[in-house]
Design a protein around this ligand. Structure first.
Ligand SMILES: CC(=O)N[C@@H](CCCNCc1c(COP(=O)(O)O)cnc(C)c1O)C(=O)O
Length: 395
């Protein structure tokens, strides 16, 4: 693909990048709240937010200040050497996690959190290496996490290197299949409380509660992947709170440090103590710079009532979307500000039109779904503008 002469930056990125991404013909240079600007100065309402990373808004001032101060103080310190900011972050995080999740492996992305979860589940269950994951589930792209990721097109190019022979995929929501799959040799059941990449599909209370009951009964772990649903996205600090379910482990990333790359596997004491000393590790995990950003981000979520904002604005956003009278819309669904509009035709042309004609950034979640993942700080006026733009491109 040759880049237009839009920009020397676009040329360079297209020329030297790995080539795995379909590059939009635009160069984004600034963000504030729910708005981003391209290099020509054009503003966009950002309902991509980095794939659900900028929950507290782009360049939140508290995070910017924390990063500036910590960068000038100390950026590099491995986890064998304790650090004040890391300790402060662990206190903040455990303070908002569901009761019982009080040990945390810190890393740098969602995939890494899932890789850690996989290893901790194996040692916590005395060496079990079989897993249950969900059809349409997404757990990441590295070879270990990819085994839990349903979409065949992501796994097929890598053949046997993907360890999916030890994974049983069950239909999300099908209790009978779940019961049959959780045998005595299962290390863990992996599931998202709301499937994100898989089409914005909230789980049923019955299914997730049965998964909790069966895993306890059969000596397996329940690991909830809250990488996309966590940190106020769905109207609670964590989506599992909607269902009254506390897992044995939870993978976290995306919004946790306000936009700075981060990941974590939060777990119970019992899961943590079963991993041998030195059994896992990471160079950058828990680094002071990310930890300072994370402290500021979590405090902002609490101080600005962002879970409640997501609940209230999400209900408003979905009500407005449901009011659109269009034969092209099959369903509007979601939880909080994790919203999907399933169309009766491919969503890609509408996502392109929203970006180019309307200045609204949205993303796909399977070929028929337009996904909205705006910052929780999005204003009602911006929601109204995004809905009006969507209505126009559907005509
Ligand atoms: C263009 C782009 O960034 N695509 C990414 C988008 C991934 C978005 N989801 C990440 C994710 C992951 C992986 O998280 P990370 O490694 O991308 O931080 C794990 N679990 C859930 C529920 C997730 O939603 C991709 O296709 O790998």
């Amino acid at each position: 693909m040759t880049a237009t002469n839009v920009s020397k930056w676009l040329d360079a990125e297209v020329r030297y990048d790995s080539g795995v991404y379909n590059k939009h013909q635009v160069v984004m240079v600034r963000g504030q709240g729910a708005t981003v600007w391209d290099e020509t100065g054009r503003a966009y309402i950002d309902c991509v937010a980095g794939y659900g990373v900028a929950n507290i808004g782009h360049s939140h001032p508290d995070v910017v200040k924390a990063v500036q101060e910590q960068a000038a103080r100390l950026m590099v310190m491995p986890q064998t050497l304790p650090n004040d900011k890391r300790a402060e972050f662990l206190q903040e995080l455990v303070g908002v996690l569901p009761q019982g999740l009080e040990r945390v492996f810190l890393c740098n992305s969602g995939t890494e959190a899932m890789e850690a979860a996989k290893k901790f589940a194996i040692t916590a269950t005395g060496g079990r290496t079989k897993f249950v994951s969900m059809k349409r589930g997404f757990s990441g792209r590295s070879l270990g996490a990819l085994a839990f990721t349903w979409e065949p097109k992501y796994r097929e190019p890598f053949g046997d290197a993907v360890d999916d022979k030890n994974v049983t995929f069950v239909t999300y929501g099908n209790v009978e299949e779940l019961r049959a799959a959780i045998t005595g040799d299962i290390a863990a059941v992996i599931m998202e409380p709301v499937q994100g990449e898989g089409g914005v599909r909230p789980v049923s209370a019955e299914f997730i509660q049965e998964a909790r009951r069966l895993t306890k009964e059969r000596g397996a772990l329940l690991i909830l992947d809250e990488i996309q649903t966590g940190f106020c996205r769905t109207g609670k600090m964590f989506a599992c709170e909607h269902y009254g379910v506390v897992p044995d482990g939870m993978t976290l990333a995306k919004a946790m440090a306000g936009g700075v790359p981060v990941g974590a596997f939060a777990m119970t004491q019992d899961v943590a103590t079963r991993m041998p000393k030195g059994g896992h590790g990471t160079t950058f995990g828990g680094n002071p710079l990310t930890m300072a950003a994370g402290v500021a981000a979590i405090r902002a979520m609490k101080n600005e009532g962002m879970a409640e904002q997501a609940r209230e604005k999400g209900a408003y956003f979905m009500e407005k979307l449901r009011a659109i009278r269009s034969p092209k819309i099959r369903e509007v669904r979601g939880l909080g500000l994790m919203i999907g509009v399933e169309l009766k035709e491919k969503s890609a042309p509408y996502i392109t039109a929203l970006e180019h004609e309307e200045g609204v950034l949205t993303l796909q979640a399977t070929p028929l779904v337009v996904r909205f993942l705006p910052p929780v700080t999005i204003s009602k006026e911006q929601i109204d503008q995004a809905v009006a733009a969507f209505e126009r491109v559907l005509q």
